[in-house]
Design a protein around this ligand. Structure first.
Ligand SMILES: Cc1cc2nc3c(=O)[nH]c(=O)nc-3n(C[C@H](O)[C@H](O)[C@H](O)COP(=O)(O)O)c2cc1C
Length: 169
């Protein structure tokens, strides 16, 4: 699949088969995460891979929108190290860039995934930090629930002339 086709056809997948995701695929996905740009190239992104079924079920209960983890074969918790990038906006943006890279890699590998938002300082975020034993400066920014897809969402046309402005708004 060429890059633009991959970008155009990626959709969130929320239903997964029970098939285990191979470790080599997980590593390829993580590499895509590491390849993301980051402010001043500080690379504050940290990743926690969760592939134990029992732990996935436990994390799924920490917030209503983490529930997708119940069905997922694995999860990647995308974290930011505040001791490396102290500017909060950049920390979030760096992690978001990694998430998108990984979603595209997942799609390119024939897998599926959904980005689950983690709210700052929420009970869910606190529970994740504690359960996954994150050191103090490290905070969770996003969860990726992934697996082999059990659904194929349709791909809508998204280019919208109305939202594009050339040279002035
Ligand atoms: C910051 C962020 C948080 C999101 N959180 C959730 C979530 O908690 N649960 C969920 O099912 N989808 C979540 N999504 C996925 C969006 O719902 C999805 O990307 C959007 O509906 C567009 O669909 P698509 O990904 O198929 O293009 C999130 C996406 C982003 C960017």
């Amino acid at each position: 699949m060429d890059l633009l086709t991959g970008i155009r056809t990626r959709r969130s997948v929320r239903k997964f088969t029970t098939k285990v995701v191979e470790e080599e695929h997980i590593k390829a996905i993580l590499e895509a995460g590491f390849c993301a740009p980051s402010a001043r190239n500080l690379r504050p992104q940290r990743f926690v891979v969760v592939d134990k079924e029992e732990l996935l079920h436990e994390l799924a209960e920490f917030a209503p929108n983490y529930g997708r983890l119940h069905d997922a074969a694995a999860a990647i918790v995308v974290c930011g190290d505040r001791s490396v990038q102290e500017t909060q906006e950049f920390l979030i943006e760096d992690c978001a860039a990694s998430v998108q890279n990984m979603l595209l890699a997942i799609h390119g590998l024939g897998l599926g995934a959904v980005w689950c938002g983690v709210r700052f300082d929420s009970d869910g975020a606190k529970a994740l930090r504690q359960k996954l034993e994150m050191p103090n400066p490290v905070i969770p920014i996003a969860l990726i629930a992934l697996g082999y897809p059990a659904e194929t969402p349709t791909v809508p046309e998204r280019y919208d002339e109305q939202r594009v402005h050339w040279n002035s708004f």
